[in-house]
Ligand binder design. Structure first.
Ligand code: ADP
Length: 727
């Protein structure tokens, strides 16, 4: 059985309306029926009461005259009233006087208690008498006092059948019930119609809610009737709420999509950054390896360098075998300079003993091809089904070049194909390796050459020493007879041994002049060879600069005057003395001044100029061809130098001879040497003496305009001598 709460709203509403209206109909019908019953009874009572009253009045005479027949007739006249079933008149004693009845069952008592009637009469209430009889009883009894002159003489007793009232009321009730049923049916129909006003929108609402719930679809709407009541408001409110939910849902969906997009992007970015990280890590590793490789290229021993580099490269590129082929100019071919074999190669050899030969063979072929084409070539190793696992997959050949010129090839054999990073690494590594190989080869070449040079220098030094020794000995041996020749020639010319004729004198003069020249030459050679043999030592002393300058001019004055050459000295801000070997200093000056006189035309001039200069000044003013001699100063600790220049207005020197004239036996040209006699040793000696003093000598000249020979000497003397002195 379905309980009320489980019923549908439609049924509930129908039942509720029906119950309410039904109850109302029933109550109203009941009121109707009761009212009808009461009003009928009241009219019956009134009617009977009126009849009783009339009968009482009419029977007064009969009773007074004790005429029962008249009384009976009077009573029988009551037949006209169909409801009266019995009537009787009692006398004042309560005894039956006249009687009438239509139904024996309704016959009246033969005697009544008149005292009761008297009481009732006193009260004068007819209705009360009537009311003593209830409706449930079959008969309605009514008594009416019969009075005469206010005195009770009898009682009229009328008994009416009230059962018709019941049947009438029953009929009425039946009719009312019919009407009620009809009304209830009508009200059912009306209520089932009316309930729709409420139930249909609510059902719509419920259906919509169900749809929303099932489909999660917030776009559906309740088909709301445009009523302005609470239901309309509810529908509108619900639709509004749905709209808001839909809007929120839409925004939520949008946000979700956006979020999903963001998450996807972030995931992508994360993935990317993972890939990026990996890429960076590999790059860093390769960079590191590259750095290590480059640092290993510093080795100048080509074998060591190649071994280290091959190890490093094979580690990064996971190479099993690698070889550096170098181009040999002599043989016009490539040869293997260095080979790398990974430990796994041993395993390969166990399965394929000829693998190394095969690698070298294919490597050489590939190297030749790469060297000719000048670009990287990779080849797939011809796979042998039996030894597939014990042979490389790919063989790579990289050209090694220096300044676009091929110098060799790097061949690598690996068990895996190289990725982009490793290929880039290999490209850079081989480019760098080309430079490193070239450098190492150049260094090797240089080392060999320098070893040879060293050997030659040692030999040369030995030869030079021997030459100097020989010259020193020879000069000594030559000087003795020469001195004899000069001495005897002078004696003969001075006529110590008698007169000489013209021819004898001329010849003897030539012998003397040649002898002296030879002696000069031998002396110079002896000096030079002594210097070269390291046998010359400086006799350092505080030398007066002024004196040295003066004496150098004095020695040459006579000769200068002969050629009308003016001599002058200019000394500015010079020290009084310098630490030097006076003899050597004088010889330097004498050589320079005598050269100046020798190469200056008659009427020219020669100036000796002395000044103090700094090391800085020398460094900045030393002429180009002599710049390399600046290193001579590095021995000296002195910062102040005495500079002496010999300036002439002579024939000058061509620029190409400037740097040569300080070399031994060097004369500017042969035609000159014939004209101006000389040995070509004077300036070489000057240079040696100056350098012994840790100084520099140089010349500035313009052909035809004159020359200036200058030299600087440390004022405090040569420092190596200082040290020796201290020792
Ligand atoms: P020599 O004994 O031949 O003079 P030096 O060594 O003194 O030898 O000089 C070498 C050469 O330098 C000379 O032959 C000469 O050509 C050149 N020379 C030297 N001094 C002068 C100068 N003052 N003027 C021009 N040429 C000079």
């Amino acid at each position: 059985m379905v309980s009320f709460s489980e019923l549908s709203l439609k049924n509930k509403l129908t039942i509720m309306i029906l119950a309410t209206s039904g109850l109302m109909i029933i109550v109203i019908s009941a009121i109707f029926v009761i009212n009808e019953a009461l009003s009928i009874r009241r009219s019956v009572i009134n009617n009977i009461s009126a009849i009783a009253g009339i009968t009482a009045i009419n029977s007064t005479a009969a009773l007074s005259f004790q005429d029962p027949d008249t009384a009976t007739e009077l009573l029988e006249a009551l037949k006209v009233e169909p409801h009266i079933v019995a009537a009787a008149i009692y006398n004042a004693k309560g005894e039956l006087f006249a009687e009438f009845s239509t139904d024996p069952r309704a016959s009246l008592p033969s005697e009544i208690k008149i005292s009761n009637v008297q009481e009732l009469t006193d009260k004068n209430s007819l209705f009360d008498i009537a009311q003593t009889k209830s409706l449930t009883e079959n008969y309605l009894d009514m008594m009416r006092p019969i009075k005469l002159n206010g005195k009770l003489i009898g009682v009229v007793f009328i008994r009416a059948d009230q059962r018709w009232i019941y049947s009438h009321i029953k009929l009425f009730a039946l009719i009312v019930s019919g009407i009620m049923a009809a009304l209830i049916i009508i009200s059912y129909f009306i209520s089932s119609r009316l309930q729709r006003i409420i139930s249909v929108p609510i059902e719509n609402l419920a259906r919509t809610i169900q749809t929303v719930k099932n489909r999660q679809d917030f776009s559906v709407r309740v088909k709301a009737s445009p009523s302005a009541d609470e239901l309309g408001m509810l529908m509108d409110g619900f639709n509004n709420m749905l709209e808001q939910i839909q809007e929120r849902d839409r925004r939520l969906e949008m946000n979700r999509e956006q979020l999903e997009r963001q998450v996807a992007l972030r995931t992508e970015a994360l993935k990317l950054s993972e890939a990026q990280k990996k890429k960076l890590w590999v790059q860093k590793k390769i960079q590191q390896a590259y750095g290590e490789l480059v640092s290993q290229m510093n080795s100048i021993d080509i074998n060591e360098m190649l071994e280290k580099c091959l190890n490093q490269i094979s580690e990064v590129a996971n190479v099993t075998w690698g070889s550096v082929f170098l181009w040999e100019n002599g043989r016009q071919g490539l040869f293997i300079k260095k080979t790398f074999c990974a430990p796994s190669l041993e395993e390969w050899r166990l399965h394929n003993p000829s693998i190394l030969n095969q690698l070298e063979g294919l490597g050489s072929q590939l190297a030749q091809q790469v060297f000719e084409q000048g670009e990287m070539i990779s080849k797939t190793w011809p796979q042998d089904p039996d030894n597939g696992l014990f042979s490389p997959l790919e063989v790579y050949g990289y050209p090694l070049s220096f300044q676009c010129k091929g110098i060799g090839v790097l061949v690598l054999a690996g068990v895996r194909q190289q990725d982009d990073y490793t290929l880039t690494f290999l490209e850079n590594a081989t480019r760098q390796l080309g430079v490193a190989v070239h450098n190492a080869m150049t260094f090797e070449d240089l080392r060999q050459k320098s070893a040879q040079l060293k050997k030659s220098i040692i030999e040369l030094q030995r030869a030079s020493r021997m030459k100097s020794d020989f010259l020193a000995n020879m000069s000594h041996e030559l000087r003795t007879p020469l001195n004899a020749i000069i001495g005897f020639s002078e004696l003969l010319l001075d006529r110590h041994f008698g007169d000489l004729n013209e021819t004898q004198r001329d010849y003897l003069s030539d012998v003397l002049e040649s002898g002296r020249h030879l002696l000069d030459l031998i002396n110079d050679i002896l000096d030079l060879s002594k210097i070269e043999a390291g046998k010359v030592e400086l006799a350092l002393a505080d030398v007066s600069v002024e004196d040295v300058l003066q004496s150098s001019l004095t020695m040459i004055r006579h000769k200068a005057m002969k050629h009308q050459i003016r001599l002058s000295i200019k000394a500015e801000d010079i020290p009084k003395t310098i630490k030097a070997d006076e003899q050597k200093l004088k010889q330097i000056l004498y050589n320079l001044v005598s050269n100046a006189v020798k190469f200056t035309k008659d009427g020219g001039s020669i100036e000796l100029h002395a000044e103090t200069v700094t090391r800085n000044w020398i460094e900045q003013n030393l002429p180009g061809p002599f710049k390399e001699n600046i290193s001579n100063l590095s021995h000296s600790t002195s910062e102040s130098f005495l500079k002496i220049s010999v300036r002439d207005t002579g024939i000058g020197i061509k620029p190409e001879f400037l740097s040569k004239i300080f070399d031994a036996f060097e004369q500017v040209d042969s035609s000159r040497s014939k004209r101006y006699k000389g040995t070509g040793l004077g300036l070489a000696l000057c240079k040696n003496f100056v350098e012994l003093h840790e100084g520099i000598i140089w010349v500035e000249s313009k052909a035809g305009k004159g020359s200036t020979f200058s030299f600087v000497l440390p004022i405090s003397g040569p420092s190596h001598m200082e040290k020796d002195e201290k020792k």
